[in-house]
Design a protein around this ligand. Sequence first.
Ligand SMILES: Cc1cc2nc3c(=O)[nH]c(=O)nc-3n(C[C@H](O)[C@H](O)[C@H](O)COP(=O)(O)O)c2cc1C
Length: 201
Amino acid sequence: MRPVLYLIACAAGPTQYIDAGVRAAQAAGWDTCLVLTPSAARWWEARRDELESLTGHPVRSAYKLPGEADALPAADAMLVAPLSCTSLNKWAAGIADTLAIGLVSEGVHLGVPVVAMPYFNRAQAAQPAVPRSAQTLRDQGVTLLLGPGGYEPHPPRQGDATGFPWAAAVAALPAISETQHGSVIDREPTPRRPASRPLRP
Ligand SMILES: Cc1cc2nc3c(=O)[nH]c(=O)nc-3n(C[C@H](O)[C@H](O)[C@H](O)COP(=O)(O)O)c2cc1C
């Protein structure tokens, strides 16, 4: 049984080519489930079925409803790539208003290895919140591939979304042997069970 990876993609340039990210993770042996932010999901709305065929799993972009079953297998690791500037800052601030951020913000404290490879330009990176957010995530144990040895923000309007280093992002994930598979407990953040006799509108 292959280890399960949640590949989590934000609405940043390389997400137009997220199939390349899925293939890179699959080539490294991961059973790859794709989670998109709501903004990124809009980019793939018309072709979501192609991503589902590629991964063999539903593509998730919204929290489930109370009482709904998990649609994906439990994750052995999570990779946020590309991580947008907005999601970086929201994640560090603890604002988990998307399933994408909810999974990683909770996952890292459940013992799931979490790697993130950002993609944004130098003007976005110049915001004072960015280094603060980066430090906050690293302090929590996130492997954030930002800066030397990772993604170096590009000059504005000079990004190369097709050249996103998927292989380097995947290579930063831990090796999980088959025997370890399933030992890391993670579930999608689960709302409390509804009351046995819920009020009806
Ligand atoms: C066409 C387009 C390309 C964008 N590219 C980037 C990008 O490469 N990096 C980035 O941080 N934000 C980029 N943005 C802005 C983000 O999409 C925006 O901040 C959004 O709120 C991010 O939300 P998300 O992280 O929930 O996906 C782009 C927006 C558009 C419309």
